[in-house]
Design a protein around this ligand. Sequence first.
Ligand SMILES: C[N+](C)(C)CCCC[C@H](N)C(=O)O
Ligand SMILES: O=C(O)CCC(=O)C(=O)O
Length: 451
Amino acid sequence: MPLPRIPFARFRYASLTPSWARQPSCLQPRHCAKPHHMRRNSTYTQGNSQAADIRSNSILPQGRVVIPDYPIEINDRKVSVNGKDLPNIWLRDNCQCSSCMHPDTKQRMLDTFTIPQDIAINNASVSDHGVRIEWSDNHSSLYPRALLLQAASPPTQRSIIRLGLPPTLTLWGSEIGHAPPIEHHPSPSSSSSSTLPLAAILSKIRTHGFCYIDATPPTPSATSALLTQIAFIRPTHYGAFYDFTSDLSSADTAYTTLALPAHTDTTYFSDPAGLQAFHLLSHTRGAGGASLLVDGFKAASDLHAADPAAYAVLSSVNVHAHASGNRGISIQAHRGFPVLQHDGATGALLQVRWNTADRAGVELPVHEAGRWYDAARKFDALLKKRENEYWEQLTPGRVLVFDNWRVLHGRSAFTGERRVCGGYVNRDDWISKYKMVTMGQEKVLAHLASG
Ligand SMILES: C[N+](C)(C)CCCC[C@H](N)C(=O)O
Ligand SMILES: O=C(O)CCC(=O)C(=O)O
């Protein structure tokens, strides 16, 4: 089956090829007779691995769920959607009945590979509700129309619910400071329940990459309670809910008065923290300590437009990180990861992983490392452009919650006593909550088989 048309800059993933040998062909002038993004469909094979092109005609992870109204027909004892037959094994494996799928846990009860390889349709009928099938193994199934249409949709459409994509993604620079995304904590005295406007908060974080929750009681307990309404706090070697100051109680520069350049946290974990929160509780007898936010997706989008080759390097060369300050600890992820990570199904940008302080090795033969540094320097310059920096002095009562997979943060140096509390939330946990409060469980579950 021909690969989808790849209209734009592309890069390659070779799953089995050693990463140092993995490089976008556009970096190999001899192989790249014309600019890479001008080349049409092609499948690359490198060594024994099939490296498919990842489409990136738009790297931005956004989209509205549109269920296409494809024709559904029964042809020659096959179910065909939009003119293409659905494999019987896929249909039988995704039977939604209560004996094949646990009605409460939504787990598959059917042992997939007890389905005969030659499973066939004895009878099938199409209605407005969907397709009813009587199988050759004497089982009957009813497939909702939406499930079949979603399964036949293009990868970008099928990924929207899986990834929990927002309808629109708003990229920003320093101008966001004029109208930052803000929600308000329900004041305890108000008659309304003390539950947070979670759908609004998480929608703002999914769209902008961060949100303030103003009027939060300036206490660790209120901050912790706020976070746990999103999902459980992720414990790390810094503890779970963190309440820190410049006492080096943890051997990390965050626990000093030093300035911290824009970075994402926990790049040394296989699964970096998804959300991070800061609530400045107090700052006495000193000055400074302003917070910096940079939209990593905007910087990546600018790099993609300005220098696709550099973008491709940062999307394919793996980088290692470490946390080794605390005694008896040296944490590293199980493998290296590129600075710019993409969804394998759609090519959409998923994560920016950038921390100069915590970086360990670059996964290239050392004599080739220069090409990663050249590309990284371009990204670094974009991160440090004044118009991409949003500086804000946090104040007690204003909780900052941001997407640590997209938004970089930092701070200016400070003097005096400064106390900040907050916590991490796992990526998958907050995206799950986002889906529940914005899409609803039924809609999310209906798309699992085709996601
Ligand atoms: C947030 N808290 C103060 C608990 C820890 C900060 C850790 C910062 C670390 N260098 C990283 O980038 O992950
Ligand atoms: O102290 C701050 O405002 C930020 C600290 C920081 O960057 C971090 O904890 O990663």
